[in-house]
Design a protein around this ligand. Structure first.
Ligand SMILES: [Ca+2]
Ligand SMILES: [Ca+2]
Length: 501
């Protein structure tokens, strides 16, 4: 046998082992990389290198992006915590699971009760799995059941230090206790996110070197209440230069149904934050909280370097959905525009090119197959995401599939390279040219010259589009085309009802 033949056979054996998953049964096969999986709650694109806000200060995330590859056109699959995270952790669209609301927890649904989640797939390949803070929405079914999701559970995180009473005036629609923001004196160390980072640091320092880990940490901020100390608040100017650029009457050309998907919510509208002199305070508090979380990420990444783990650890940072701070007349989530869907998505570590800036559309449900691919685990054919590894090697690699976001059955946003197309359950539509209209101010749908663009995007509307799953609640919208009546959180919405302020 010639050397070339022997080499060929050796290569075939390796390919066979990788292909069949047998390689996974070999202990320490190929020194599999660790995974550090960092989530940020309600973090929009107000991240330095993403350019969503010109003043945003996030030096640690920007440095990680420079060391790895960042996605500039990444979008959530649902603009709300529970459905976005369910989609990401299972790599299934909300339109496939029917999980659109803050309930149900997907394990209560017989169809998904035993579905192998991202961390479970890593555990099945010999990884130790750990979690802290908010990764899943809610308690993962309670103290007993949660052991099925991760091996080790750390600090729960959350808000931490709170003022004795709310800092802002009573907000409309029930004066929800989370609707609050601003400065009050407290210590960074007393915040839930500080403690989450501290727990991660301890785990990294104590990590057994003989088995790889999958460590998931979820930061609570900049989710409301956006409490901050003066020093973080003072990172941003105390004048209106901090406010986002908006178009007055931006909603004049958006369909009425665009209001239905966030019909009645605790998050105040722009009108209220202006009238109560809270707009600048909210924007500064949100930015301050983003910078605070960035600093916690910085503490973790410093430890990763100091422990020597950085070289064999893949870091991924993601936000679960966007957040409006006045754009299109609202604050909060539950929308299908860039402000509601665009998120940070950064990868760094072995197998990831440094300095990659990818403007191809990417989806959060791509994280699951991407990590599986990067770590050489056996691939799964039942995931709806696509591996981003080609883009992590070369950020310019073309991706045809746009990013698709759904908010309840029948309402979908399709973000391609140059366009955003939205279709609501009553058939009304929006179209924006991102090249000339990055704020999505001018709805072009309905103009005959764009008919072919609309048609092109319609073909990406989800083919599977199931109604809300059993037990769905909170932010759930249904629509009956025969009667033209929508139901938002159990209450009927009619065509003539005034839009709630
Ligand atoms: Ca969230
Ligand atoms: Ca507009």
């Amino acid at each position: 046998m010639t050397f070339a033949n022997r080499l060929l056979i050796a290569c075939l054996v390796v390919v066979y082992l990788l292909d069949t998953g047998l390689a996974q049964q070999i202990p320490n096969a190929g020194k599999r990389p660790n995974v550090l999986f960092l989530a940020i709650d309600d973090q929009n694109d107000w991240i330095g290198h993403l350019g969503g806000h010109p003043l945003a200060q996030t030096p640690h995330m920007d440095a990680l992006a420079a060391r790895g590859t960042t996605f500039l056109n990444a979008h959530c699959q649902a603009p709300l915590c529970n459905p976005s995270r369910t989609s990401l952790m299972l790599s299934l669209r909300p339109t496939t699971t029917g999980v659109y609301g803050l309930a149900p927890w997907f394990r209560t649904l017989p169809e998904w009760e035993n579905r192998v989640s991202l961390p479970q797939h890593f555990k099945a390949h010999g990884y130790r799995t750990l979690t802290t803070g908010k990764v899943y929405h809610g308690g993962a079914g309670g103290p007993k059941q949660r052991q099925q999701e991760f091996d080790v559970w750390g600090s729960a995180g959350g808000i931490g230090a709170k003022p004795e009473s709310k800092l802002i005036p009573p907000t409309p629609m029930g004066n929800h206790n989370l609707m609050d923001w601003g400065v009050f004196p407290h210590r960074d160390e007393d915040k839930g996110d500080y403690q989450v980072a501290s727990w991660v640091i301890e785990q990294l320092q104590a990590a057994p070197r003989e088995e790889p880990f999958f460590l998931a940490a979820g930061f609570f901020l900049p989710h409301v209440p956006c409490y901050t100390t003066q020093s973080w608040y003072d990172l941003y100017p105390n004048d209106d230069s901090v406010l986002p650029t908006i178009l007055e009457n931006d909603r004049d050309d958006t369909p009425r149904f665009s209001w239905y998907i966030h019909w009645n919510l605790p998050e105040p509208r722009l009108k209220w934050v202006r009238e109560n002199n809270q707009w600048r305070n909210l924007v500064k508090s949100y930015l301050a909280c983003t910078s605070f979380v960035d600093a916690q990420i910085g503490r973790i990444l410093t430890t990763l370097e100091e422990t020597g783990l950085a070289e064999n650890t893949i870091v991924v940072i993601w936000g679960d959905h966007g957040w409006h701070l006045g754009e299109k007349g609202i604050t909060g989530k539950n929308t299908l525009w860039n402000d509601g869907t665009r998120v940070p998505l950064i990868f760094a570590g072995p197998g990831v090119s440094a300095g990659g800036r990818c403007d191809q559309p990417a989806e959060l449900l791509d994280i699951y197959p991407t990590l599986v691919d990067l770590c050489g685990l056996s691939a799964r054919s039942d995931l709806e995401g696509l591996s981003l590894v080609p883009q992590l090697r070369d950020a310019s690699t073309f991706r045809e599939r746009p990013a698709i976001t759904s908010h309840n059955q029948g309402n979908h946003g399709i973000r391609s390279h140059n366009w955003r197309y939205i279709r609501y359950a009553d058939g009304t539509e929006e179209l924006y040219d991102e090249r000339t209209d990055p704020h999505e101010w001018h709805n072009l749908a309905g103009q005959p010259r764009y008919a072919s663009i609309v048609e092109e995007h319609r073909r990406w509307l989800p083919k599977i589009d199931v109604p809300p799953a059993v037990g769905s609640a909170s932010r759930v919208l249904t629509y009956d085309a025969d009667t033209d009546v929508a139901i938002w959180e159990g209450a009927e919405v009619h065509r003539t009802d005034p839009i709630p302020e």
